[in-house]
Design a protein around this ligand. Structure first.
Ligand SMILES: [Zn+2]
Ligand SMILES: [Zn+2]
Length: 410
């Protein structure tokens, strides 16, 4: 490999600024900035030429690579700071779009003197604007998950913000048997509004997501919300007990320092009798991943009607035989149109008879995540084996079903 000074001298056959010269050797570990590297290399070249009685290089005038773009850094930083005033954030990162002509010229320079020690202009520009902005505001640079990325187009000194979503964790309970967990657009018009949906664009007028998400979106001044639940219950099942964990994601929030206690109160007032939330706290995309992967046991209370009279001793015996058992469930007929038809094994971890009057009964049961409880009761025409109906030899129907615990905390 050439001597660095030789390479620097070859690069200086073009008129280069100190940044563009120094950046060619950015990966030589000196603890210097690119500008300082450039400055010292230029001096080294000048010394050598003087010692060898060669004529000095012409003085630097205008950089043939960047056209003195680095002189603009304070103006870019000012534009970033002004733009950032429109949002709340604790951490930021700078990105830049550089004129493609400059990138082309930089590549030609690399071909001339080698690229192995070089850093692209974009990296240096990000760094320089970042340092300048850092000196003007108290918030910190964060490379891995900044609240906001300020994207500077260096051709027009134009700044665009890419605001990271806001994530809020909580647990919800649902007291209605008539609303779904997430918003459900009309399946005919897909949300535009038609006669089927009375021009609402929705299959259900509201949902757990909307009751929780709308106030949060408004407070955060965001554009939209997404709901990530740790599983979901059927529309006609209540969600009681300790509630179900969820994370509400707000896109493009302008505010992120929300008073979660006050927010919780507002949601609970609006949801009165339908849903409530608790334990609200700030969360992250990583936790969304964990929530989606969690497989907690669940506890249910289920009200069952028997098609004919049931003998108490026989029922007790059947309950005994089912209270710790593995069952096989073929995808239920009611969801087969949207899920693959598979057989899966699940464990019933507890079954207790709570009430019985001869023709109906209430059970409490604990199951492994992913168990279809209604099907375990009525048997789904033999698609779930064994089932309560099969063991009793009497058809059973589910009058109602409640989730009473999500066991994610033990
Ligand atoms: Zn330059
Ligand atoms: Zn419609």
């Amino acid at each position: 490999m050439d001597h660095l000074i030789d390479r620097a001298e070859r690069a200086l056959s073009l008129d280069l600024c100190d940044h563009c010269l120094g950046r060619l050797f950015a990966r030589v570990d000196t603890g210097l900035s690119n500008r300082e590297r450039g400055e010292s290399l230029r001096m080294a070249v000048a010394w050598r030429r003087a010692l060898e009685d060669r004529k000095p290089l012409p003085p630097h005038q205008r950089c043939q690579i960047c056209d003195e773009l680095f002189e603009m850094v304070p103006r870019f930083a000012q534009a970033v700071v002004e733009k950032l005033r429109s949002v709340e954030f604790d951490t930021f990162l700078i990105g830049t779009r550089i004129d493609p002509l400059i990138l082309e010229k930089e590549e030609r320079l690399w071909e001339m003197v080698g690229q192995d020690r070089a850093e692209p202009i974009k990296a240096e520009m990000n760094q320089e604007i970042g340092k300048a902005v850092q000196g003007m505001i108290p918030q910190e640079v964060d490379f891995s998950s900044p609240d906001v990325v300020a994207l500077v187009d260096t051709r027009f000194c134009h700044v665009e913000l890419d605001v990271s979503p806001l994530f809020i964790y909580g647990r919800y309970r649902k007291y209605s048997r008539a609303i779904p967990q997430t918003r459900w657009p009309c399946n005919r018009c897909r949300g535009k509004g038609c006669t089927k949906c009375n021009n609402t664009g929705k299959m259900y007028q509201t949902s757990v997501q909307e009751i929780i998400g709308e106030p949060i979106r408004k407070w955060a001044e965001g554009t939209d919300h997404f709901f990530h639940g740790m599983g979901r219950e059927d529309i006609d099942a209540r969600m009681l007990g300790n509630g179900r964990p969820f994370i509400l994601e707000v896109r493009e929030p302008k505010r992120r320092r929300l008073d979660l206690e006050a927010l919780e109160n507002e949601i609970n007032m609006a949801g009165k009798g339908v849903i409530d939330v608790r334990d609200l706290r700030f969360s992250s995309r990583d936790e969304v991943r964990r929530i989606k992967l969690a497989i907690p046991d669940k506890e249910y209370r289920v009200r069952v009607q028997f098609e004919s009279k049931v003998n108490k001793e026989q029922l007790d015996e059947v309950v005994q035989s089912l209270k710790r058992i593995r069952i096989t469930q073929q995808t239920p007929a009611r969801v087969a149109h949207r899920r693959a038809d598979l057989a899966r094994e699940r464990e019933i971890k507890g079954l207790v008879l709570e009430e019985f009057d001869g023709s109906s009964a209430t059970f409490r049961l604990r199951t492994e995540a992913g168990t279809y409880v209604k099907e375990f009761i009525h048997g789904d025409s033999g698609r779930t084996i064994p089932s309560l109906a099969e063991r009793l030899g009497i058809p059973c129907s589910v009058e109602w079903l409640d989730v009473i615990e999500i066991a994610d905390q033990n």
